[in-house]
Design a protein around this ligand. Structure first.
Ligand SMILES: NC(=O)c1ccc[n+]([C@@H]2O[C@H](COP(=O)([O-])OP(=O)(O)OC[C@H]3O[C@@H](n4cnc5c(N)ncnc54)[C@H](OP(=O)(O)O)[C@@H]3O)[C@@H](O)[C@H]2O)c1
Length: 310
């Protein structure tokens, strides 16, 4: 089969589309014919070698952590249309076939084609687990999303609304209309507005872009408020511990995990017309290096998806 792999860490030119051996599923695994995969900043970090011992240095390494496709064999009925996200730090979704654990996939929403389905698992799971589980957001609470117009942010706006929050977004001026279309109640421009200086304005800050901090967010968080970031750092690990029992405000890091029940929740919302993937662009497997170069500009408006097969 064809797959995108790399044999060393480096710039996007290390990515190679080539023929590789077909994967084989064990009795408890599922062999999937991949029809589309999404690219994420995680792929860029992996290709640059930023995950250290978590990814190891065993080459070749693959690309892609979320996918949509059709079951070929294994622990699910052949022909089932599935979507999912791989756990761990080694991607392999930008390939014609992959092997996944049942804990990494679920039946994909009927309403979507493969390209749109592939755009949701990683960012949908992240937004859901960040807002529902880490922030424990409740109906009527005020949510600020920083970095709202990217792949994760546009889904976080929708899930914030589905969980009953009043949603304020921070993005560039050019992306405010897009944030509004995705359901935000208030859309701010980070070059003009500084909502973090407004006293007690928010119950939850979801720092999708990850360039703020608990210290910077403290003023604008209400008593009992939560600051959630996507970006691991010494600071957030220390803030998490030191604020764990604080009644004033707490800091939390989200590390997304595959979970079939959460994929089913996302599918339920999609099938009900309440959650929509947003695609920036659709590429072929031959264009993955360009796709990663584009992600590195940090200007994506939605997801970069790789269509696999016709
Ligand atoms: N921990 C986890 O489990 C987890 C899971 C998923 C993602 N993440 C992380 O979450 C981050 C966002 O992921 P993503 O998929 O949304 O990335 P993305 O699609 O590449 O995000 C692009 C967006 O970033 C915005 N942006 C650029 N500069 C900004 C700034 N200074 N302030 C605010 N927004 C800015 C851009 O909007 P403008 O053009 O409007 O500025 C653009 O729309 C990444 O660091 C990723 O690694 C972590």
């Amino acid at each position: 089969m064809q797959a995108v792999e790399f044999d060393q860490f480096g710039d996007p030119s290390v990515l190679k589309l080539r023929a590789v051996t077909d994967p084989v599923a064990g009795a408890t695994e599922v062999l999937v014919q991949v029809r589309a995969a999404a690219l994420n900043p995680k792929d860029v970090l992996l290709r640059k070698g930023k995950f250290g011992w978590l990814s190891g240095k065993r080459f070749p390494m693959g690309v892609g952590f979320d996918f949509a496709g059709v079951v070929l064999a294994g622990a699910m009925a052949p022909g089932t249309r599935v979507w999912g996200m791989l756990g761990g730090f080694r991607g392999r979704c930008v390939a014609e076939q992959l092997v996944a654990r049942p804990s990494e996939l679920a039946v994909m929403p009927d309403r979507l084609d493969f390209n749109h389905a592939a755009a949701l698992p990683l960012v949908g799971l992240t937004a859901l687990q960040a807002l529902r589980d880490r922030a424990e957001i409740r109906e009527g609470q005020r949510l600020l999303i920083n970095g709202a117009s990217g792949g994760l942010g546009l889904v976080a706006i929708q899930i914030g609304k589905l969980l009953g929050a009043h949603v304020t977004t921070l993005s560039s001026a050019a992306n405010r209309p897009l944030c509004k279309r995705m359901g935000a109640d208030v859309v701010l421009d980070y070059r003009v507005d500084e909502p973090l200086s407004r006293p007690s304005a928010f119950d939850v800050i979801f720092d999708v872009f990850g360039n703020r901090s608990l210290a910077a967010a403290r003023t604008c968080l209400k008593r009992g408020g939560v600051y959630v970031t996507t970006v691991p750092s010494r600071q957030i690990l220390s803030d998490q511990i030191s604020s764990a029992w604080s009644r004033r405000c707490r800091a939390k890091l989200i590390i997304v995990k595959p979970k079939p029940a959460d994929l089913e929740q996302l599918a339920w919302w999609v099938n009900g017309g309440k959650l929509k993937p947003v695609l920036d662009r659709i590429l072929t497997m031959a264009d993955v290096a360009d796709g990663q170069r584009f992600l590195e500009t940090k200007r994506a408006r939605g997801k970069v998806v790789v269509q696999i097969g016709s």
